[in-house]
Design a protein around this ligand. Sequence first.
Ligand code: URA
Length: 235
Amino acid sequence: MVRADKLIASNTALSRKDAAKLIRSGQVLSDGIPVTSPDQKLSETALLCINGRTVAAKKFVYLMMNKPSGLLSVSRAPTDRTVTDLLTPELKKRELFPAGRLDRDTTGFVLLTDDGVFAHNILAPKKHIPKTYEVRLDTPVTDEMARGFAEGTVLADGSPCAPSVLIPDETDPFSCEVVLTQGMYHQIKRMFGVYGAGVVTLHRSVMGNLRLDPALAPGEYRELTEEELQAVSGR
Ligand code: URA
């Protein structure tokens, strides 16, 4: 949250003094509601209307969400619940979409944004941005799986996967981490399927160099800082 006069000044050519004058004369709306005082705290993602002109306070929004199981990671679906159903009404207005999909039963790190160029860049196959998944299987993890992943698994339909890293869990023989640099449909489930193993739970914990904030409970989200945005891109 930020002071109304400051928010206006940082998103328009107006000075804070001019912004304060407009606020006092009742010419500023935030998400359709009149702003009454320059020191009123507004969300950095508010849609401002100044003297009849709409200004999106922030050009783009970037959210880190801990996706719960059971939701689709798309913007909208005719009947199913999606990750955008968890957003505030104010954020819903911004037409955010998830940068990359997780299966309905997969949990963890989903990045929601309205910045199409950013999303395209972090998903572009040639950027090889790594994503880490915590996996629990219905059979123990084997050396054969780790070797096969490192070499590049060939899926049942003949599709070759790029080499990936499998890190066994030291305490639980059924669990491991997998680091992928590509995102094929159901990729992890299909990779383990080659070895006759079923995935029981799947959780994305890292995108690029950014780990999902452990303070976020399933269904919670928060905005990314500038540094975190860089880290998602692997910088
Ligand atoms: N691989 C899968 O199989 N599912 C996901 O949701 C992500 C990666």
